[in-house]
Design a binder for this molecule. Structure first.
Ligand code: MTE
Ligand code: MO
Length: 470
């Protein structure tokens, strides 16, 4: 292991295709496995780890942890992974201190880091594992120390600025756990991009995840600070992050007081995700969880709460995350005209099979699985699926859903599956899903009329074209 050249993780991440050569890391070793890929018994699955560590995969696929496999890997060694301590010393790159990510997350951008998990595995579990949960950052990841962390609360009804430590949040208030899906407004933007280029990350359908979140209820914290949540002057609750833009202004957002100050809306200051300490990528040590509301308002690395008469003046509240008519372009857009997105519309996506794949027919039927969710706590009451582009339909089975929740207080998604009959002799079919929520809202059939310059709010039918195996 001595005498090898050192590579840092960024360099390794560039080698993720056969053309650029495929590098992976294992512990301190860097390996060029391009010539091994064809010999890999697990086929192209090995490419999931391209450009990063293969350890997370080996934890799932235990067969690898054998001496003979490690020996074989050593034959492909080209270097050592530079100590991550080096990255810390690099003060020029504000992203150098970003956390290490699961290699299966497919980046839509690296700096800031934005990535979604493979769609095919997303609906395999009701709770999305933390390491596979989509990541959406606008700025470098801050690194507050838990001992120094202090949440500031100020505004209407509070004298000066009150601060709460992480310890305060954990010990002074009951720990509340909710299950909630989080979805980026730009989920499925890539379908809008195909119609006409939009501004934004080219998200597939996996910029959504479902997790349990534990923390202090916002209304409990405010009651402790003796805030009157019915004070009519409070119209908006502003959340500011600790991630700062180059001018020193934080990422920020706000939600209406009507939502945030009603205990039944389960807004929490979360310090745990799926029972684990909140990961850095998801807002460590504390983030706002505003269930049923667009991802953008669920502010990570929460630094400040302001009770306010007006909305947050942040760029992301004022000049982004709003919907417009398809005819509005960047020359004519007036961001002041549209309300900030808060609740999201009902969605569903087919996660398996993948678009363009070849699928088997079993007993004359094809198998489909996916997720469905609606904003505002509206429970999914039905998912309809079709194997002929929407001419005929059948009802999917709702496999997993939060139990015993009110129809208008269901924050988590629904996993569904279906076996849909196909007409004999067909070679290619279009699979479709559309969900219905507790308000009987459903999804529009095509994406064209939904197109908007920012590529947000695409909740059209999920459509997947597949070839049938004969
Ligand atoms: N909070 C801060 N402080 N900074 C951010 O960039 N991104 C927002 C939101 N909260 C963001 C933030 C957006 S647009 C989304 S979709 C969600 O966080 C993503 O949360 P996740 O990365 O935990 O999936
Ligand atoms: Mo987002």
């Amino acid at each position: 292991v001595f005498g090898y050249k050192e590579y840092d993780a960024t360099e390794v991440s560039k080698h993720d295709t056969k053309e650029k050569r495929i590098w992976v890391t294992y512990r301190q070793g860097v390996y060029d496995i391009t010539d091994f890929v064809e010999k890999h018994p697990g086929g192209e699955n090995i490419l999931l780890g391209a450009g990063g560590s293969i350890e997370p995969f080996w934890q799932i696929y235990g067969v690898h942890k054998k001496p003979e496999i490690l020996d074989m890997l050593e034959e492909y060694r080209i270097g050592n992974l530079a100590d991550s301590g080096d990255a810390l010393k690099n003060t020029e790159d504000p992203y150098a201190n970003d956390p290490v990510r699961h290699p299966a997350l497919k980046p839509a951008s690296l700096k800031p880091f934005n990535a979604e998990p493979p769609l095919k595995i997303l609906a395999e579990r009701f709770l999305t594992p933390n390491s596979l949960f989509y990541v959406r950052h606008h700025l470098p990841v801050p690194d507050p120390s838990p001992a120094e962390y202090a949440l500031e609360v100020e505004g209407i009804g509070i004298e000066g600025t009150k601060t709460l430590t992480l310890e305060d949040l954990k010990t002074k208030f009951p720990k509340v756990t909710i299950t909630a899906a989080l979805q980026c407004a730009g989920n499925r933007r890539s379908e809008q991009n195909k119609i006409k280029k939009v501004k934004g990350l080219d998200w597939g359908a996996a910029a959504i995840g479902n997790a349990t979140w534990s923390g202090a209820r916002l209304t409990d914290v405010l009651a402790y600070l003796r805030v009157d949540c019915n004070d009519p002057r409070i119209q908006h609750v502003i959340f500011d992050g600790l991630d700062l833009d180059p001018t020193g202004k934080p990422y920020g957002a706000s939600v209406t007081a009507r939502r945030a100050l009603n205990p039944g809306n389960d807004v929490i200051l979360a310090y745990e995700m799926n029972g684990e300490t909140l990961p850095r990528d998801h807002g460590y040590p504390v983030r706002a969880i505003v269930p049923g509301v667009v991802g953008a308002r669920n502010v990570k690395w929460l630094g400040r709460i302001v009770l306010s008469e007006i909305e947050s003046d942040s760029h992301w509240q004022q000049n982004d995350y709003k919907g417009f008519c398809p005819s509005v372009d960047w020359d004519t857009v007036d961001f002041k005209k549209a309300p900030a997105i808060e609740e999201l519309p009902v969605v569903s996506s087919i996660c398996d099979p993948a678009d363009g794949s070849e699928v088997p027919i079993v007993d004359g039927k094809v198998f489909l699985r996916g997720y469905a969710w609606s904003g505002g706590g509206r429970k999914i009451v039905r998912v309809d699926v079709s194997a002929d582009g929407g001419k005929t339909w059948c009802e999917a089975e709702l496999v997993e859903q939060e139990k015993n929740t009110h129809h208008f207080r269901t924050w988590s998604w629904t996993i569904w599956q279906a076996r849909v009959p196909v007409k004999p002799g067909q070679k290619e079919v279009e699979l479709v899903s559309k969900a219905v929520d507790a308000s009987y809202n459903s999804q529009p059939d095509t994406v064209e009329p939904l197109w908007n310059l920012r590529g947000v709010l695409n909740n059209s039918w999920s459509r997947v074209k597949v070839t049938l195996k004969s």
